[in-house]
Ligand binder design. Structure first.
Ligand code: SIN
Length: 293
């Protein structure tokens, strides 16, 4: 690894460990993700518990809570501790506008999130994060894991020269693109979002820089020619996909809830279980406009 990448990694792996009094935190990797135990999310959390979950979230970006038997109201109440709930983009008729059903079975021909992405980045204000509660895992008892990738370290590992070039760029994120990539057109009732965001943004709470482009939504780097934009985005996506130290992998059990920071993490749902079934519900939280400063 190049010296600048080793320096970047060392900064992450030697940061002081947070102390917790009301819950236990077991990191999934030195970079990303942690399992949290000692909490029952079906009950209201105390102010101390809430503060510690928030600290763990900013430190690890992906939090895994096992054995959580939750109603939809419990799920929404926990999410609401982090801000107003973020509405589902195209809610099914008669469904809760804040709850996205995530389901796949033998009739599925595609699943949600089967590729590296962040959620809804074509919105002017993409979501802060999502909480996915999986209640049914594929019948063989494994499969359907979710991968996560840390966009802070994805940026930090790049050379100083490339980082400084990326710092000067913005990119268009287009809500029609996921439909077009799937050979479809957005439904007429969908008010297709489109927004321009900096290619490198700062996390609104920690101020750390991160790479903010993703394959399904980012259509073009504004300041470059089409060919240059494609080449640079492909380089960044290959870096994200092919650098395992950026990644963690969550293996679901029934009644696991995972809360990820959509501002600084990409995720990828692995569809390795067809024709078996998997089911859960996702609730998202409102975010703010991504900014470079
Ligand atoms: C998604 O939010 O993209 C789906 C994640 C998953 O099903 O694991």
């Amino acid at each position: 690894m190049d010296q600048f990448a080793l320096d970047a990694l060392q900064l992450v792996t030697t940061r002081p460990r947070e102390n917790y009094g009301t819950l236990a935190v077991a990191p999934l990797t030195p970079v990303l993700g942690a399992e949290i135990s000692g909490l029952d999310l079906s009950k209201e959390l105390t102010p101390d518990q809430q503060d510690e979950v928030k600290r763990a979230f900013l430190a690890h970006h992906v939090l895994v809570f096992r054995d959580q038997h939750l109603t939809t109201e419990d799920h929404k109440r926990f999410a609401a501790l982090f801000g107003p709930l973020h509405p589902v983009a195209l809610p099914a008729e008669g469904s809760d506008p804040y709850v996205l059903e995530i389901s796949a079975d033998s009739t599925s021909r595609e699943i949600a999130g089967n590729g590296w992405h962040a959620d809804g980045t074509a919105d002017a204000e993409p979501s802060l994060g999502s909480m996915l509660h999986i209640t049914r895992i594929p019948e063989p008892g494994s499969g359907g894991d979710t991968l996560f990738a840390d966009m802070h370290l994805a940026y930090d590992l790049l050379s100083p020269a490339l980082k400084s070039f990326l710092d000067s760029l913005t990119a268009v994120h287009d809500g029609a693109r996921p439909w077009l990539l799937a050979g479809q057109t957005p439904p007429p009732e969908y008010d297709v979002p489109r927004a321009e965001h900096p290619v490198v943004v700062r996390h609104p709470e920690t101020g750390r820089k991160l790479l903010f482009v993703n394959a399904p939504y980012t259509s073009r780097i504004t300041q470059l020619s089409a060919a240059e934009s494609t080449a640079l985005l492909d380089l960044l996506y290959a870096h994200i996909a092919r650098t395992p130290l950026l990644h963690c992998r969550v293996r679901w059990q029934p009644n696991t809830l995972v809360f990820w920071d959509n501002r600084c993490v990409q995720h990828h749902a692995v569809w390795d279980y067809y024709p078996h079934s998997r089911h859960g519900r996702r609730v998202a939280i409102d975010g703010t406009r991504p900014t470079a400063s």
